[in-house]
Design a protein around this ligand. Sequence first.
Ligand code: ARG
Length: 601
Amino acid sequence: LLSATKIRTISSMANEEGNTGNVKQQLEKVFDAALRATVPNETDVKPLVAACTAKFGDYQCNNAMGLWSKIKGKGTDFRGPPSVGQAIMKNLPPSEMIESCSVAGPGFVNVVLSKKWIAKIIQKMLIEGIETWAPRLRVKKAVVDFSSPNIAKEMHVGHLRSTIIGDSLARMLEFSNVEVLRRNHVGDWGTQFGMLIEFLFDEFPNSEDVNETAIGQLQDFYKKSKQRFDSDSEFKERAQRAVVRLQSGEPKYHQAWAQICEMSRKEFDKVYKRLRVDIEEKGESFYNPYIPGVIDALSKKGLVEESQGARVIFIEGVNIPLIVVKSDGGYNYASTDLAALWYRLNQEKAEWIIYVTDVGQQQHFDMVFSAAKRAGWLPSEDGSYPKASHVGFGLVLGEDGKRFRTRSTEVVRLVDLLDEAKTRSKTALIERGKAEEWSEEELEQTAEAAGYGAVKYADLKNNRLTNYTFNFDQMLNDKGNTAVYLLYAHARISSIIRKSGKDIEELKKTESLMLDHADERVLGLHLLQFSEVVEEACTNLLPNVLCEYLYNLSEYFTRFYSNCQVVGSAEETSRLLLCEATATVMRKCFYLLGIVPVYKI
Ligand code: ARG
C-alpha cells in the first residue's frame, strides 16, 4: 500500500502543476495512486479516466478489464474484472474531490464528485481568472497556416471557412499558452503573374496611374488578362517571358508584381479587419529562395527521381508522385510547401504545423508530409513531435445544394456576405424596438456582433469535414443552436447580475458558492469541464466540440434559471456567483470562437 507521505506528494503535485480546472487529470492522479497500490508489480499501467455518460457517476475509471487480462494467471487473488474494480476503489487515497464511488458492470469504478469541491474550484476560478483553467499542452510553438487566398483572385467562401476555423484553432492554442505563428500562405507567386503584369503594363503604361479604383475589381482584372492570354498569342508569349523576368528579379517586373499584391492585400485586410482576425502574411514568394536548397537536400537523401522530364518524389501507397520540379524546370505548389515546411521546422522551430484548407487538398498534404517523413524531417510514428496536421473542411452549399454562389457564375463576395448578415440582424433588432431603446452606436455594435457571430458560429458548429448549407434565416434565428441564441443567453445572464444591484466583485471574495439544488450541480459540473473540452477541441482540431459545449452550457443554465429563483431567494448570493461563473465561461467560449459577446438585448 502507498504510504501516507506518498499520497500527500501525489495530491500536492496535482495542486502545484496541475490545472485545477482539469478534473480528468486530477482524477487520473488519484487513480494512479490506487492502481499502484492495487497492482504494485505492474509498472506501466496508465489510469484511464473519462467523463460518464451514464447516471452512475460523473467520471469513471476503466482500468479493471485491461488490468485483468494482464494479471490473469499470474497468481493474484483477483477473480475477475469486477474484483479488480473493487480493489481499485478500496485503494483510492482519500480525496476531497470524491463524494462517493461504486463499481458497476465489468469493473467500472464510478465516481461522484463532491459538490463542495466543484463549488470550491469554480469559486477559485472566479477569483483568480479563467486563465487558470487553460489547458496545458505538450507543444510550446505552433504554426497555423490558414485563410491563404490567392492574389488577384477573389477570396471565396472556402477561404472564409479556412479563416474562421483557423482563427478559432489559433485562439484555442494561444489560450493554452502555445506560441502561435498565424500564417497567411497567400498565393502570390506563380505563372499567372506573367499575364497580370503584362496586362497591367498594357492598361497603365504609366505606373503612377495604377491604383485600386483604376483597376477596379481585381477579379475582373484577372479575368480580362486571362481572356487576352487565351486569345492573343503575342500577349501570351510576352506573359511567359514576363514570368522569367519577374523571377530573375528585374526591377520593373518586381515593382509591378508588388503593386498587384498590395492591391489584393488591401482587399483581404478589409475582411480580416471585420472578422477581427489577426494574421501575418508569409506568402508563397517568401519561400521561393529556399526551394533550390531544399530540393537539393532531398535529392542528396535519394528521394528525388526523374519521371517524364520532371523531378518527383514517389510516395508509398500513392499512384501519382509528388512533382517537385516541373518538366520546364519551374517550381510548383508542392515545391513551395516543402520549402515552407522545412522553414517552419528548422528556422521557426515550430513543433506543430497546422494547415487549414478544404478537404480537396488532403492528398497534397498527405504527400508532402510523407515526403517529410521519408526525409527524416518529421518522425514517422503518429503522436510524436514535431507534427504536421491537415485540417480539412467540407464545402459551403447554397439552398440548391450546390456550391454556394450568389449569381450562377460568380463566387460570393465575402464582404457582401458579412454586410448582409449585419444588415439583417440590425433589421431584426429594429423590429424588436431597439432603435428607440438604444443609441445608434449600441445598435450597430450589437448588429455586428450578432451578424458576424452568426456567420462564424454556423460554420464552426458543424463537424468541419461535413458540407453545410449557408442560410441567413437559419443562422440569424434567435432560437436553436445559433450564435444569436447564445449571445442573447449571455446578455440575459448579464442583466440578471446587473439588475440584482449587487457588487459581484465583492461577492466573489466574501460569499461562497453552493451547489445544493440538482440543477445547480449539473451546471457547476459542466462549468468545470470547460478546460477538458478546450483541450479536446485543440488536440483533435475540432472547434465544433467547443460549440456543442457552449450550447449545452446555455441549456443547463436555462434549466437552472427556470427551476431556481435567483434574485430575492435565500440563496441569492450563491446563485449570482453561479450566474457570473456561467457568463465568464460563456465569454471565454465566444472569445475562442472569435465571437464578440453582447451584454444587452
Ligand atoms: N492558396 C491556397 C488555396 O487558395 C491555400 C494555401 C494553403 N496553405 C499551404 N501551405 N498550401 O487553395
